[in-house]
Design a protein around this ligand. Sequence first.
Ligand SMILES: Cc1cc2nc3c(=O)[nH]c(=O)nc-3n(C[C@H](O)[C@H](O)[C@H](O)COP(=O)(O)OP(=O)(O)OC[C@H]3O[C@@H](n4cnc5c(N)ncnc54)[C@H](O)[C@@H]3O)c2cc1C
Length: 413
Amino acid sequence: MESRSNVSLKKASYSLVERRKPLSPSSVIVIGSGFAGLAAARALKNASFEVVVLESRDRIGGRVYTDYSFGFPVDVGASWLHGVCKENPLAPLIGRLGLPLYRTSGDNSVLFDHDLESYALFDTDGHQVPQDLVERVGQVFQEILDKADKLRQENTNDMSVAQAITIVMDRHPELKQEGLAHKVLQWYLCRMEGWFAADADTISLKNWDQEVLLPGGHGLMVRGYRPVLTTLARGLDIRLHHRVTNIIRGKKGVEITVENGKTFVADAAIITVPLGVLKSKSIKFEPRLPEWKEEAINDIGVGTENKIALHFEKVFWPNVEFLGVVSATTYGCSYFLNLHKATGHPVLVYMPAGRLAHDIEKMSDDAAARFAFSQLKEILPWCIRTDSVSSLTLGHRCKLSWFLQLRGCREVI
Ligand SMILES: Cc1cc2nc3c(=O)[nH]c(=O)nc-3n(C[C@H](O)[C@H](O)[C@H](O)COP(=O)(O)OP(=O)(O)OC[C@H]3O[C@@H](n4cnc5c(N)ncnc54)[C@H](O)[C@@H]3O)c2cc1C
């Protein structure tokens, strides 16, 4: 296996990481030009490595993409900086570029309240849920999670968050909610599912809260992430339309083949493709990845989160950061981010996650936008008459989520 790799390396020595003479310093190929790939490539280039970035799409950024088709920036992938503090590696760059952040919350929690300093929930009959009920049910949800935590400590085997909640409710029927309160409870669960982009029956009880956030709360990138991406990418050798299909690792380095058959060689490679790509096995590794890595790739799931931005002529909704739709099931619950608060533009961003997002992905862009609009009409029926809406269906991309039996997810490759 190894000698075969070495032969290939010699054969490919004409390749585009041009090895005219022994390279000093070392050469590195970075696969993927999302934030991870660009940040790695930038750091290596600053440290005088020779770097080439191979990207399958026709653009950089991966799950970060700022759309300008409304005439102003709207982030259709990531839009928050989670952890607004100087320890955040993106913070100095954002500061240097003078990019404003709109703080949606000073809270460091990653859960249902992480960006909910100002919000209003509505039933699908158009009635706003009284705030004291929302707060009371929020406390019940916290209590349920505390009891689920105890359940976790009692059990060595993992189970889903949904299963744990059912057990907790059976043991503590006083926590069960009826009517509108039940719908609000479902909404809290929907917010949790939104964070993981996955339904509660696929989120691991053992691992759901292992993520550690930097302090400083959560800030929205008012002008979008695009300037940060382009600054990171400046001066880098990035090859777009280069989908990697094969990676051969030998004693002397790596040989990487892309879809059109071109081969690249370097001393090392950094692979930053999403987990979903690894799960699809569309990249062949030679030698195979170690068993524990393959198992980790198989065991961790990926979820879906969509963004559908609705652009109106004027604002007709309450002046809060989030508008929530409550329903008897989490599937029926959803929420809109009010971009007007942060940017001054009359835009609502509908953000479905999990199965709902998955189902919406099967719709055409128009149908998806109409669906989002219909949700808005249900909660604000008296406000929506003939307002013209130009719509944009956005961000059909995957977000890593924690599934049952998470193993070794820190380092996927
Ligand atoms: C809708 C949505 C909203 C989100 N909101 C936030 C948020 O507000 N804040 C936050 O911090 N995070 C958010 N996230 C998560 C965040 O976007 C991701 O965690 C982050 O962008 C991942 O960066 P990455 O570089 O690891 O992967 P990616 O951005 O996915 O980059 C991987 C790159 O690899 C490329 N690639 C794939 N296969 C190949 C191949 N075979 N050959 C070559 N290239 C390949 C892809 O095209 C892509 O460019 C959100 C995600 C989504 C989908």
